[in-house]
Design a protein around this ligand. Sequence first.
Ligand code: MG
Length: 456
Amino acid sequence: MPVITSISGIRGTIGGTSTGALTPPEIIKFVSAYGTIIKRNSPWPVVIVGRDARISGKMIENLVCGTLMALGIDVINIGMATTPTTEIAVILEKADGGIIITASHNPKNWNALKLLNNQGEFIDNDTGKEVVELANKIEDIKFEEVENLGQLTKNTDYIHKHIDMIKELELVDVEAIKNAGFTVVVDTINSVGAIATPMLLKELGVKNIITLNNIPNGDFSHNPEPLPENLVDLSNSIIINNADVGFAVDPDVDRLAIISENGEMFGEEYTLVAIADYILSQKKGNTVSNLSSSRALRDVTQKYGQEYFAAAVGELNVVEKMKATNAIIGGEGNGGVIYPELHYGRDSLVGIAMFLTYMAKKKMKVSEIRKQFPDYVIIKKKLNIENKNVDELLKKVEKHFIKYNPITIDGVKIDFEEGWVHIRKSNTEPIIRIYAEAKSKEEAEKLSDSVISQII
Ligand code: MG
């Protein structure tokens, strides 16, 4: 499969030729392009480089650091670090950008570059497009003379600094967590979560910490996406150890799944919902999630008399909407929690700290917390649309359901009384993705069928 470029970065598999894989020449091309853009705005540019624990991480780190130095950019290599830690390092160092070497939840043979701006946030669409354009003209990129090569420094303190900042947040109550005497199991899937998560739990005063898949060697012992089918061992361990809660993170620690004391999945959609519920119980403000996330966040927000806003899919879009609406909490239904008081990026560590504070302060079991929220079911479907004009199809759906005021910032989303349907075209395959949510699977099927009947 060729290298995939999207707003969340440049991804590919390791091994093979440049037509089908993320090879050293491909990496150098993209980093050269990114570095050239960074240099435009700064006479003494500094870029932070962090990576997850993937087997290919060290190899790519060397290529990335060397290429940036060749462009005359000073590099602060923070070593193995979570995605949110790298984002925070950009802010603390007042750096001009950052590169995170991680393929997030993809299997171990994948890797990727996530590119950050000088705010420690994902570069915008226009800059992303420019990176791709420049990368394809690598022969025009100018590298520096020997006198002007960049310097490389190493600083592996950032996970600690990140955790210190979390502990200092007003809504994180270390004393309450300590007094609760929690037993916590965490599946850190053989990546940087194995370093950061136990450190966080210890600093928060968790009494008993049990870690699964806790060697950060990138040799993932199960599919690394924190989905129920991959978390059976975690669920069993919670029961065996009589634990209060279980957490699972993905390899770069920006997605968080919670498991109840009875071993049941909390539901990745409800990670953000629960944390928003806690935050809104403490202070007033707006919330944001993407169009394909659960309606439960809207319901919880309205319970506190506050306003919910929907953003297009993608962390960049959610962050933009959060800034525009001055939201106090937001994120994505896949367990991505964004707490702007810390920084504008999905961060499982702040999510864990908030959730433990919630449990400790309200003296509630995880299953009791979950029961407070409405039960919704989300279904996901794909529809083959080869040889069809997708934009016309989307327009047709919008027109048919016009009385429901469809949202069209990202495909078409129709909010019905009993649920919603969101359809959007895939950027990589000739398909339309269909998401539907309702109080039952049958109801969600019915809603999605009513929309699909307009397409086929
Ligand atoms: Mg991730």
